[in-house]
Design a protein around this ligand. Sequence first.
Ligand code: KG4
Ligand code: ZN
Length: 351
Amino acid sequence: MPTVLALETSCDESAAAVVRQGRVLAGAVASQVEEHARWGGVVPEIASRRHLEALPPLIERVLAESGVAMAELDAIAATVAPGLVGALLVGSITARTLARLHRRPFLGIHHLEGHLCSVHLGDPLPPEPHLVLLVSGGHSELVRVDGPGAYRRLGRSRDDAAGECFDKVARLLGLGYPGGPAIEAAGREGDPHRFRLPKGRVSLPGGGFHPYDFSFSGLKTAMMRLVRELQEAGGPLPLADLAASFEQVVAEVLVERSLRCARDQGLGRLVLVGGVAANRRLRQRLAMAAGEIGLDWRVAPLAYCTDNAAMVGVAAEQRLLAGCLSDPGLGVAARLPLEEAAVLYGTPPPI
Ligand code: KG4
Ligand code: ZN
């Protein structure tokens, strides 16, 4: 029954958690959102500095709250890829230093594997194989999971990630950062069918469209055009209807392509994770569509959709159970495909 201290610093949330057998003994997240909101997005330099300040008290807090001593930890883990390099380094160096000082094993974790594991923090994970729709600020992917660590990406966004599109459209509507929660709040009472918006598709070289890939940049442009037209017509912007219509089309696209992919692949189970998985309209849309065709679906608990360290801890537990450990010299990487997550446990370290 492994006990893990996990750190997450890949973007703009500093987080620490102590996890034991898929249960969170203590977890804390210090969000930098307010600081970055002034700039309309994440400023990497500010993120690194804030992680450096936030991490030590967070670690002290989760250790105290969990009542777990350093000597009881089976491993210390940190997200090492993908993400902002400076930000990742803060978590990784902190974890490796603690591991060395306290003679504990170290595990570097792939951020997306963390998101995939977030669903464990709610219901038990459905047996493999299953399909995961991972939608965050940096990624929109459909991943087939055939076993622990056995991933195959079947679909992805060719331009903006879904969360990134939420953030950009929120800025366009003057709703602030991060865009997802702001759009959700603005659109709560709105009419989701008032505006017809495009479901961006990705052309195949030989004709037709890629069945599982996403494209959100056309939707962003359509929103820009629509807002301009409405502004030129005068009067206040119908923010609630704009936000609701935008959310609706994003939810429809994500759910339609996921269900098609699950059907084509003969997969009867679908898992929804990542920051955008917190979206109420998306969760409802998935529940309805999956229900209609009898697809078994799960979604990460609301509290663990956006970045947190508990999900990193669960991923670390799974890796530990599979006999994986990272070299203390392991570095960090801005990019690393999920399919290659196993390289984080190789010797000599690849990064
Ligand atoms: O997973 P996450 O915390 O960080 C990344 O790994 O990127 O995802 C952050 C993204 C942001 O783009 C944010 O706008 C979006 O998730 N998000 C949401 C909601 N909450 C967060 N999008 C739609 N609806 C939400 N309720
Ligand atoms: Zn994330």
